[in-house]
Design a protein around this ligand. Structure first.
Ligand code: PLP
Length: 380
């Protein structure tokens, strides 16, 4: 994803550089070097080498004992392969929230299934298990799986989703792409992204976490040509492995995580304090205090997001509708089945991704706060 920096025309006019919506920061070269030297020594470059094995082990330690972690080339591919490994009826409907990134729906289609867009809860911005049950008297006949999505890193009520799975028999796969920090429990299989724009960035990468050993084994097989213990392809599959080089970045990123997590929290809390006098801007519950994520998506007065974005842009402040008008609104998914989506439409018109980064400084925060004050004065 291209992340725009200062607009060239502003630099020409000597105006202060624009505030970018994101400025990812991955481990610096010197932190990765010791791991690269281990690769040189081992002469093992891919196919589940020692660094990748160590990375998966360290990621699994963050979850409940007995959890399997399988790295995949990216989270979109991990979602696709997890759906394939779940043995769902070809062409079956998979329920997903309309308020998500397009990757969730792409993964469903790539797995040979059909997206079925459902509206989200206005408070949590996430799919509600009760609403999913209410959809159809015979949900089991109509939907073969459900993918709740962690909104920008927030965690849904996993206990209620486990109860949903027990009650309906419908399999649940969590799109926890942005929830690296919050996900501590993979009793429901969950996929996390390690993309550069997420909290723990490796460039490209992702993983499936699950306590289901059979599912883990099938997904692993799908990432490596259908091999399992021999070089015979037992099932049709793909190649979605991570190389030792990506694992090197991942290990360096994990080394830095405790300190980086504090940096994310500090930046978030400074931003919250700077906007304390601006009650029209609301944060996700627990954002930057209970949990951290790499983006700052705020709530604004109903219908005001486009106008606020335009006003901020005029002040050199970049913003992003991270999920556009909702996943369902993309042309690629125009023909997909959908329920009425008023909450998603309202969120698309009243939420905005503000500039945010791990090392956002006081000056940038003050500038953002002042620009927001100007944008919102006389609003609503
Ligand atoms: C980032 C993201 C993805 C895609 O992750 P990749 O690793 O880039 O494939 C999927 N779903 C959601 C909700 C995301 O935020």
């Amino acid at each position: 994803m291209a992340l725009p920096r200062a607009r060239p025309e502003e630099e020409l006019q000597g105006a202060p550089a624009g505030l970018a919506v994101a400025r990812p920061r991955l481990p610096p070269a010197e932190a990765i070097l010791p791991y690269l030297q281990r690769i040189d020594g081992a002469r093992w470059y891919s196919n589940f080498g020692p660094l990748l094995t160590e990375l998966e082990g360290r990621l699994a330690e963050r979850l409940r004992p007995g959890t399997h972690v399988l790295t995949v080339s990216n989270a979109t591919q991990a979602l696709t392969l997890a759906l394939q490994a779940m043995d769902l009826p070809p062409g079956g409907y998979v329920i997903l929230p309309a308020w998500t990134f397009v990757a969730t729906a792409h993964a469903i289609v790539q797995a040979g299934l059909k997206p079925w867009f459902v509206d989200v809860d206005p408070q949590s911005w996430m799919l509600d298990p009760g609403a999913a049950i209410a959809l159809s008297a015979d949900l089991k006949r109509e939907a073969c799986a459900v993918i709740p999505v962690c909104a920008f890193g927030a965690l849904p009520d996993l206990a209620r989703w486990r109860a949903f799975r027990e009650q309906t028999g419908v399999p649940v796969l969590i799109d926890a792409a942005a929830a690296f920090d919050t996900l501590a429990d993979a009793r429901l299989p969950a996929v996390v992204s390690l993309h550069a724009t997420k909290a723990l960035g490796l460039g490209e990468g992702g993983y499936l976490a699950t306590e289901d050993a059979a599912l883990a084994s099938r997904v692993r097989q799908l990432t490596t040509f259908g091999f399992k213990g021999s070089r015979e392809s037992l099932v049709t599959a793909t190649n979605a492995k991570l190389s030792e080089y990506t694992a090197a970045v991942g290990l360096a990123a994990l080394d830095a995580w405790p300190a980086d997590r504090l940096r994310w929290r500090r930046a978030a809390q400074h931003l919250r304090i700077a906007l304390v006098g601006q009650p029209m801007v609301t944060f996700q519950e627990g954002w930057g205090t209970d949990w951290v994520t790499s983006v700052c998506t705020v709530g604004l007065p109903p219908g005001s997001a486009a106008r606020v974005a335009a006003s901020l842009a005029a002040d050199g402040v970049d913003t992003r509708q991270w999920w556009g008008g909702g996943c369902h609104a993309s042309r690629a998914f125009a023909d997909c089945r959908r329920e009425p989506l008023p909450v998603t439409a309202a969120l698309a018109a009243s939420t905005l991704g503000l500039p945010f980064s791990i090392d956002m400084d006081e000056e940038a925060i003050a500038r953002l706060a002042a620009a927001l004050d100007r944008a919102l004065s006389g609003a609503s």
